[in-house]
Design a protein around this ligand. Sequence first.
Ligand code: ZN
Length: 444
Amino acid sequence: MKATISKFAIAAALISLGSGPAYADDLSSGVAADMPELMELYRDLHANPELSFQEVGTSKKLAARARALGFDVTEGVGKTGVVAVMRNGEGPTVLIRADMDALPVVEQTGLPFASKVVGVPASGVETGVMHACGHDTHMAAWVGTAQQLAERKDQWQGTLVMILQPAEELGEGALAMLDDGLFTRFPKPDFVIGFHDAAQFPAGMIGYSSGYALANVDSVDISVPGIGGHGAYPHTAKDPIVIASAIVMRLQTLVSRESSPLDPAVVTVGSFHAGAKHNIISDEARLQLTVRSYSDASRKLLLDGITRIAIAEAMAAGMPEDKLPTVTVQEPYTPSTYNTPAFTERMAAEFRERFGDDRVMKVPSVMGGEDFGQFYRADPDHIQSLIFWVGGVPHDQIDKAKAGEISLPSLHSPFWAPDAEKVIATGAEALAGAALSLMPRAGG
Ligand code: ZN
């Protein structure tokens, strides 16, 4: 912690003297010197967001930057993904990932560089587009990391693979890059690392979880057929609203009665549609579920249980065998993200040394989703993996929220405006520092 304070003091002194480059061997001051330019890039990325698998301008812009730094750059990997490789002698291969896509959200932050972009997502309905998940901070930090590591080639040896991933919000971009040869056409990593901004921690704080960090995310559609008829003569019909209601209630027992209390799981029915008029018994009800779990076994238990319950409730209502519910699990699903424990602890120790104990904390895992876990899943016997959080909430807002004066916006909110400077500086320094410690110079 003492070392950290003095490091920051030096960095602050350097900035005020405007003499960053003379101390370029110090990572904190190196990143600090790059920050004005990285903030300019961030504001540009924020004002020009692109939806999932449409990150054409973004990927082109950042690929050019990586090329200028001396990386061997390939574009169009997994549709709009970018792979930038820097070979620097014998040593391990480290993959650093940032995601590029924005969301169909109409920005309401009021920032001077707020997005006015409109776009058409997969739904086909035109909408405003916003970096409401902070992927713009990830990309600016990615560039900051690349700059530091390119500048410090004499301080590490190994192979650095820096990737820009499309379509994280669809949960499809990581898989698209892997399917397009990420680990066969390019060096396969020993370590994969990335970060996500966090809307619940103070800006500049690092949070990490060991083991499962984020959940398996399954989207499930259930079609529940009925036998339609007149609302006044229910005995001549089979009411799918009653059957589907029974299904919704019975689904609650999957988590409460079938899952282990020690194995986190969620079954949420987010949509229930049926019927058109007061006095008509409909001939179909439709349910849409989000299903969350950590382990493969838990996922299977939930998905099998959903099908069993849907069919059994229809049978209990006397539906004929050729008119039982159909359950569709969307593919591809987003698999859970696993932070390999030994590697996670090693990196956490590195972060503590760099930033001080008070800026690094172990945090609970969440049931949210991230497709970062795909990289580890591609070869779990070999790859070590970590995604960590970097807090983005401006400090004055934390104080106001504590005083009950405001409630904090979450990620994906049209009001999410992180303290980008702290997120980017912390993210870049953490990622570059991690890479330097994972690829030490022989004899250095
Ligand atoms: Zn995100």
